[in-house]
Design a protein around this ligand. Structure first.
Ligand SMILES: Cc1ncc(COP(=O)(O)O)c(C=O)c1O
Length: 383
């Protein structure tokens, strides 16, 4: 049985644990507190033992590992040459926008969304057409199809985030088919950030949008990495899957002058993760589902009025604190008065100060302590 360990990260180079003073519990940036699978660290150590750390180029074997993983995990048959290696997914969606759109054009995106995705169109002189997700009758976050259609008419690209950050939504096949159809009908490029796809919970299935049909594949860039699933984001290694050769060439051209090769230790770690570490991934999924359920059960008891819809994937909870009428933005309130760092709602869309994103990729003890502190702060405030 795989056991997860959570070494003390205080005093290390962790951005999550260094950003705030030592008395703050950090539940903000999207990495987890669990140590990587030892098979990943051993692969990196073995690569180091070679001694020469020259510029890297993914080997055929490393490409084949990803080809096999796409088939194993998603039933998606990709070709080794479709893969383009990158130092990160954020760079990847920005390169894709720079390659496939022109300043003055439009990009559509569903909000709330991960801040760098929301900011990306602005970097390339593009207008962002926002579609706001709302809870539907079944309590799922979803977007109005008429609004999606209207935004598509004005857009050159659809920037998708699936599973979605911060709502934790996993798009269904029907939802993806609708979006793929929009791309085809309105001649949009599909740029799909699927970095959280390995962490689908409760036995759900992740469907890569580009896997739906050869037609949508031919106008797609899919971005993935081992970083979230196996908690190795500091390796800064990711990949794009670009089936169309002409699109690949344009994407490669947009990298020029900014990104050449990727980190050789990252390639070694990523390969080990995808090749050998599915049991670790399953263990972390179980831990995350348990943490999510703990949070969903304790939140209303401890902080009446705070609400969340349990995530379908990942380790992020998108929490609505508006009913509490806190005196400051929610994340600021809990940082100042509970010494718990959350991600502020306004990072994910304007006007969302009453919301915050909580990262439960930590031990249940840390999660419980954070909740207790938050509850105390709310009580002290007389709520
Ligand atoms: C949806 C999403 N995309 C991209 C990233 C960043 O990925 P990278 O570090 O590979 O640039 C994150 C990190 O939180 C994320 O949540």
């Amino acid at each position: 049985m795989t056991t997860l360990t959570a070494p003390d990260r205080r005093g290390t180079d962790s951005n999550k644990w260094r950003r705030y003073p030592a008395d703050v519990l950090p539940l903000w940036v999207a990495d987890m507190d669990f140590a990587a699978d030892p098979r990943i660290t051993e692969a990196i150590r073995a690569r180091l033992d070679h001694g020469v750390l020259g510029y890297g180029r993914a080997t055929d074997a490393q490409r084949e590992v990803l080809v096999a993983a796409m088939q194993r995990d998603h039933g998606w048959q990709i070709e080794p040459e479709w893969l383009v290696f990158l130092p990160g997914v954020e760079g990847g969606f920005n390169m894709a926008l720079s390659a496939f759109t022109s300043p003055g054009g439009g990009v559509m995106q569903e909000l709330p969304v991960y801040a760098p995705l929301r900011a990306a169109p602005g970097h390339w002189g593009l207008t962002l057409h926002e579609i706001w997700q709302r809870p539907d009758a079944a309590g799922h976050w979803s977007s109005d199809t008429a609004k999606l259609d209207a935004a598509a008419r004005a857009s050159d690209a659809l920037l998708l985030c699936n599973p979605q950050n911060p709502t934790g939504r996993v798009y269904t096949r029907a939802e993806l088919e609708f979006r793929a159809e929009l791309c085809l009908r309105h001649d949009m490029v599909l740029i799909s950030d699927e970095i959280h796809c390995g962490l689908v919970l409760d036995g759900r299935e992740h469907i890569p949008a580009a896997s739906l049909s050869p037609e949508i594949a031919a106008r797609s860039v899919t971005l993935m990495a081992a970083s979230k699933t196996w908690n190795v984001p500091g390796l800064k290694t990711a990949f794009a899957i670009i089936p169309d050769a002409a699109m690949r060439a344009r994407f490669e051209a947009s990298k020029r002058g900014m990104v050449d090769s990727v980190n050789v230790l990252g390639l070694a770690g990523m390969s080990a993760a995808y090749a050998h570490c599915t049991d670790w991934r399953d263990a972390v999924r179980a831990r995350l589902a348990a943490n999510r359920d703990l949070l969903a059960a304790r939140l209303p008891e401890l902080i009446p009025g705070a609400t969340m819809r349990p995530a379908e994937a990942g380790f992020l909870a998108w929490i609505d604190f508006r009913a509490l009428e806190l005196p400051t933005p929610a994340a600021e309130f809990f940082l100042d008065r509970a010494r718990v760092a959350l991600s502020g709602g306004s990072d994910f869309g304007s006007g969302l100060e009453g919301w915050a994103r909580l990262n439960y990729g930590c031990t249940p003890e840390v999660l419980d302590e954070a909740l207790q502190r938050m509850a105390q702060a709310v009580r002290d405030h007389g709520l």
